[in-house]
Design a protein around this ligand. Structure first.
Ligand code: PLP
Length: 498
């Protein structure tokens, strides 16, 4: 399997090369040159496998440059004791065939762990296979969860450094504390005075800075990306949608021919794209339901075909979805335009220069056939947390609650009774201020000390605080650097000694 660029000007590469580089040299994103399909027998065999087994069956069709033994070893390291559930990704099913796919049992309590516990292994092995000896410098822009997950994944991994930029005022208290207390000899955490899009734009500029790349090369260093533009992030995310289906088949929730819908709380469009790839792999997914918060650029796009990022930016209680430039959408555009790289280049140029672009005709129709989109306001999100707690006794974090609310809207508007899986993207304890406010009473929303709330929420709901969040308040701060977006390059040079 080779990987091609969505902009069509870079040469096709191996999976190992795609993972090592992250972004293609023409600025495009790598995608598989064709979509593999699992046969009926292979699909049927999945339900007898554990998570690691399913991961192997899925990843081997995309990452063909690793042999089965290598994949198995890497998967065993990535999805072991570091996950608090032996199932890795438990699927909680409630009546009406509604399932919550709990993607947050990893070391940072958000779904990013599923990819970022595996990516370092994929990358180190890729460097070995490609004969790359220098140091890999992971440059990460985060809206809150990716940063911590990347830091945990790569900490103390020989031959790597991780530099994380996060919006200094745009993440929750717990998210910030998780990052600034990060241990490891190769980890660097830097706040940016700006929002996520500014941090991401700064990181993209650093990636394409040829002078900097040259200086780094002379010192035996190269950049790579741990953001979801890296194929090595997306491939592991396909696994859990296949896994969810295999669980429902095993438990008899789905009849022989039944499809299920997937709802994904969406920001950078990586997670929902992985569900789309699972569908292309042969998993009977019906509608892909894209859920946004007030930053509803994707809702508007899917409903009208017009992508317009020139709009007010809202800081919400689901900060990991506070994004107006969804990078991974480019991969979908490539498919929607009939794999027309020239058209993708044109659309991306319009997005950069004018802040908008539009799709019409067949491309738009296909988009709307595959995807349905909606958004939830802040108030609706809080109500959704309360509603799920009252109805199922089940706590949702605000991101997952956005998904739950949009799912309710979808059902109401379309009447579609299909079984549905909602991607549950974070532990409710990671965003406890909103969660406590929703289930314990409004006065809790005003409580500034998230760490005190952690304990109160656990007692009130009789549930357990994830281990990684338990001792967080007492951990010493190790990273204090905050810079303006224009100083990001300087900060990187300092870390790298350039
Ligand atoms: C990253 C994240 C999202 C958004 O996922 P994308 O792949 O960027 O669309 C949603 N919820 C949580 C908790 C996240 O960390």
């Amino acid at each position: 399997m080779r990987y091609i660029s969505t902009r069509g000007e870079a040469s096709p590469v191996t999976s190992t090369r795609a993972i090592l580089t992250g972004l293609a040299s023409d600025g495009g994103l790598y995608i598989p040159e064709f979509y593999p399909v699992l046969g009926q027998e292979e699909l049927a065999a999945l339900k007898d496998l554990d998570y690691q087994g399913v991961a192997e069956r899925v990843l081997r069709v995309y990452l063909t440059d690793y042999n089965d033994r290598e994949l198995r070893e890497m998967i065993a390291k990535a999805y072991g004791e570091n996950f608090s559930s032996p199932e890795v990704v438990p699927l909680r099913t409630f009546r009406e065939k509604l399932g919550f796919l709990e993607l947050w049992h990893g070391p940072t309590s958000a779904f990013k762990d599923l990819a970022l516990q595996l990516l370092p292994h994929l990358m180190i092995k890729a460097a070995e296979k490609e004969g790359e000896e220098g140091e890999i410098v992971l440059l990460v822009a985060t809206s809150g969860d990716t940063g911590k997950a990347a830091l945990e994944g790569f900490k103390d991994v020989p031959g790597t450094k991780v530099i994380v930029f996060y919006p200094a005022q745009g993440v929750s208290e717990i998210q910030e504390k998780q990052m600034v207390t990060q241990e490891g000899v190769n980890t660097y955490v830097i706040g940016v005075e700006g929002n996520f899009d500014e941090a991401q734009t700064g990181v993209k500029a650093l990636f394409s800075d040829e002078a900097l790349a040259g200086e780094m090369a002379r010192k035996g260093m190269r950049f790579s990306s741990a953001n979801s533009i890296n194929w090595g992030r997306l491939a592991p995310q396909i696994v859990y949608y296949v896994w969810a289906w295999s669980r429902w088949k095993k438990d008899g929730v789905l009849s022989a021919v039944e499809c299920f819908n997937v709802v994904v709380p969406t920001g950078n469009f990586g997670n929902i794209l992985a569900a789309y790839y699972a569908k292309r792999l042969g998993i009977p997914v019906g509608r892909l339901i894209c859920a946004s918060n007030m930053n509803k650029v994707l809702t508007d796009f899917i409903q009208t075909g017009i992508y317009d990022r020139r709009r007010e930016f809202f800081q919400t209680i689901s900060p990991s979805m506070d994004i107006l430039i969804s990078s991974n959408l480019e991969r979908l555009l490539y498919e929607l335009t009939g794999r027309n790289a020239e058209r993708v280049r044109e659309l991306m140029r319009q997005l950069r220069d004018r802040g908008c672009y539009s799709l019409e005709g067949d491309a738009l129709r296909e988009l709307q056939d595959e995807f349905w989109a909606g958004f939830a306001t802040e108030e609706e999100t809080m109500k959704a947390i309360k509603d799920s707690y009252e109805r199922y006794g089940y706590l949702l974090d605000p991101h997952t609650a956005v998904g739950y609310k949009v799912y309710q809207n979808y059902k109401e508007r379309t009447g579609d009774p299909s079984p549905t899986i909602i991607a549950s993207t974070a532990s409710p304890f990671k965003f406890n201020q909103s969660v406590a406010g929703a289930v314990m009473g409004e006065e809790k929303s005003g409580v500034k000390d998230e760490f005190k709330l952690l304990v109160e929420l656990a007692e009130f709901t009789k549930s357990e605080i994830p281990a990684n969040l338990r001792g967080l308040a007492e951990k010493p701060v190790r990273h204090r650097n905050v810079v303006s977006p224009t100083q990001m390059e300087k900060a990187v040079r300092e870390v790298l000694g350039l």
